[in-house]
Design a protein around this ligand. Sequence first.
Ligand SMILES: Cc1ncc(C[n+]2csc(CCOP(=O)(O)OP(=O)(O)O)c2C)c(N)n1
Ligand SMILES: [Mg+2]
Length: 300
Amino acid sequence: MSAPLAATEWFRRMLFIRRFEETLLEMFSKGLLVGTTHTCIGQEADAVGVIDHLEPGRDVVVSNHRCHGHYIAFTDDPSGLMAEVMGRVGGTCAGRGGSQHLCRDGFYTNGVQGSIVPLASGMALAERERGGGGAVTVFIGDGTLGQGAVYECMNMAALWSLPLLIVVENNQYAQTTPVEIAVAGSIPDRARAFGITAVELDGRDAPAIHAAAGELLSTVRTGAPAVLVIDTYRLRAHSKGDDVRDPAEVAARERTDALAVVSQQLEPAERERIMAEVESALADCVATAEASPIAVGSAA
Ligand SMILES: Cc1ncc(C[n+]2csc(CCOP(=O)(O)OP(=O)(O)O)c2C)c(N)n1
Ligand SMILES: [Mg+2]
């Protein structure tokens, strides 16, 4: 279990993911990206807080269509991701996978909702057999709770003592469908029905995410699967322009999201210094990606 993160570290890591994805949206509008893109803007604390407890080489992360924050937090390879979404040879998958089909060093993504939970469960079985204490963390959204395979996996994970953490990022919507009209009852109670420990918390409280994920992962590693439900909010469209939400609702959440909360805890000079460092690192990352040749077979 990793030590709590300082506010400066939260700010640096979350801001980098935020600015990376804001840059992606700008580039997309200029036709510089290949395929599609879904941003986790507003949900960065989930990636940073959970993945700080994971180690490439020991642990596995399985993510979904909204995967950039998870990838950056786990691999520290933003240049590879930038090159990938630009369809460049230097990308994570040599420019052929694009935004939602990443595969590198124990990090896997797939855009087919629900499919990743059986994949992650199988990987957790492999980790259990290997006996090295590795854990598999799979990230799903609230909308994915409508897929029956999720519950079949919870059943098997409990019966087979799989080292599996399912993180549900409940961002209140599945594309345009609000969670209230799609998900009945309590999300953690769904997991508890299988005898699985489940914790639900407010995603605006970044240190709470870190503490809960650390505790859950320490028991997950011993073969007790767990579910962490993070109530969060996506601050941008589902993908690019498809947003039918009330702008006042979005603006209210923007003022209170985890990045805004942490930002307010910093001295102005410190905030400015970190912002400048992030912009410089991001510029390097874009320049590295742009220097890489366009991949044969990419749509670029
Ligand atoms: C099996 C399947 N059905 C439909 C889709 C199309 N689709 C992509 S994202 C999405 C909504 C997902 O909602 P949620 O699980 O809440 O994740 P979020 O987009 O909110 O992060 C849908 C329906 C898909 N990718 N896979
Ligand atoms: Mg959702």
